[in-house]
Structure formats: C-alpha cells, structure tokens
Ligand binder design. Structure first.
Ligand code: ZN
Length: 282
C-alpha cells in the first residue's frame, strides 16, 4: 500500500463507520475497507439463482483448494460468493510478505490455481460456464509473458520475442512489429499452450483426488457466503470448522441498509465477469 492507498483505506473505513452510525472507526471497518479496495465493492442485492450460486461456490472452491495445496502459492486470504465488482465470486490470495518479483515455480503454481475454477465446474457439473473467461485470459497472459518476456521457457531461451513497449501504444498489427520468424511464432504458441495444458491437467488431477473437500468448501460457502483462511484450512484438514464464520446478513436487513446508504456501484450492471480469480497480491 502506498501513501495514497492508505489515505483511500482510511477514507473508506470512515465511510463504513458513518454508514453504520458508529462514532469510532474500528478494525472491523478497516477490514471492510481493505476488502472493498482489493476485491471490489460488495453487491449483495444482486439476485443470483441457486444454480448460479452453486456454480460459483464450486468454481471458487476449486481455486481455493488448489491454492492451498500448492506449496509455493500465496496463502488463501478469503473466498466469497458475494458478488464483488464485476465478479460473481472471488478467491483472494495474499503473500505473507511484500513481494516485488515472482519465481518461475510460483508462476507455474499460479497457472494451476487459475485453472482450478473451470476444472471444478467440469468435475461437478459435467458442463462449464463462461465464468472462467477471466481466469483463462489471465493464465494465457502469464504463460505468454513467461515465454516471450521473462525467458522462462527452456525451449525458447533467454530472448525477448516482440517489442512489448511498442504494442502497448500503437494499435499496429502484431505481425507488423514482430521481430521473429513464423516458425518461432508457432513455437511460442505451442509453448504457451503446453504450459496451460500442463496446468489444466495438474488442476484436474488435484481436484479429483480432493473431491470431498470440494463438496465441503462449496457447501460451507453456500451456507456462510464468505470463508477466511482458517475456515478453509479447518475444512481441508479436519472436515469441519472449529470457529465458523458469522451467518450471512439476512437479505431484508441488507436491503434496508442499501436503501439508507445506496453505496453500491450499479454502473457495472451489464459487464459481469463471473467467478473471477483475483490477481495474486493485487
Ligand atoms: Zn475463477
């Protein structure tokens, strides 16, 4: 968090306190403010069918379980099926310390975690939604950068492929500024696909062997809406939560609050991206 981020955080926390008619800003308000900044504003009044909730619960559980199983992945911080920002659900990971670089094996783990949502849907429902669009885009982006910019592919080596600065600012055709051969382009494409396919297969293998935990966490999400790191850990290690979260706010109360403060961002209405995976440490 930069100075400006902290200022924003304090402001949001003060707003939460004011909306709750509280005289003091406490840790509870700071927590809410942090979640709002990192995961987007809650959209509790958005109506989701039971079917969609179930799909989101399993999708997010897939991300959370794999995130927890990957030894080099940032720990799970929170999983929720309360729509936030553009996503119908969010799995948030937080590094244990500030990080400015990421290692290759962390990237590979991240690809597997990204595949977890889609794979969970496939295993449980035998069908998939467009909800993994954001995950697939993010995974492809990471894989392509690993190969083209970060020299992380043994096959393609320590070479930067393409001028990445230029592409950002000029709406020119990729081929026009491409500094490598058609043969290399094909190699890059197949290397990107290989990285993603490997991650997908690993995610599938892991979730199939943790099928029970998938049910446990998804059911807990459907009951409590939001789970913290300790809840996910308890469910995976012991099959039950030693200290379950508070039950979700009843909808009536929520509607009253919404009328009172009208704090939701309704401008996001059309462009919902279901089940998005939060970027690591964003
Ligand atoms: Zn996802």
């Amino acid at each position: 968090f930069s100075g400006a981020d902290l200022e924003n955080l304090v402001n949001e926390a003060a707003l939460f306190a004011a909306r709750g008619d509280k005289r003091l800003v406490r840790m509870e308000e700071f927590d809410k403010a942090k979640d709002k900044i990192m995961m987007g504003a809650e959209r509790k009044s958005m109506v989701m069918s039971e079917k969609e909730k179930r799909n989101t619960a399993y999708h997010e559980s897939g991300h959370a379980i794999i995130g927890r199983l990957m030894p080099d992945h940032d720990p799970v911080y929170k999983v929720t099926i309360i729509p936030r920002g553009r996503a119908l659900g969010v799995t948030m990971f937080l590094p244990e310390e500030d990080k400015y670089t990421q290692r290759k094996y962390e990237m590979l783990d991240h690809l597997v975690v990204a595949m977890g949502g889609r794979v969970a849907e496939e295993i449980v429902f035998g069908d998939v939604t467009n909800g993994a669009g954001g995950d697939i885009k993010m995974a492809t982006d990471i894989a392509r950068k690993m190969v083209c910019q970060w020299g992380m592919s043994d096959d393609l080596g320590m070479v930067e492929y393409g001028d990445h600065q230029e592409h950002k600012f000029l709406a020119r055709d990729m081929t026009a500024t491409r500094s490598y051969s058609e043969n290399t382009a094909q190699k890059i494409d197949s290397e990107v696909k290989r990285l993603i396919d490997t991650a997908y297969n690993k995610a599938r293998e892991m979730l199939l062997s943790h099928r029970e935990e998938l049910d446990l966490i998804a059911h807990a999400l459907l009951e409590y809406e939001t789970l913290g790191a300790s809840h996910v850990k308890d469910l995976m290690d012991d099959g039950e939560m030693s200290d379950p979260p508070a039950s979700p706010t009843p909808p009536e109360l929520d509607t009253v609050n919404k009328k009172k403060n009208n704090s939701e961002d309704s401008s996001l209405g059309d462009d919902i991206n279901p089940g998005e995976l939060s970027p690591v440490g964003a």
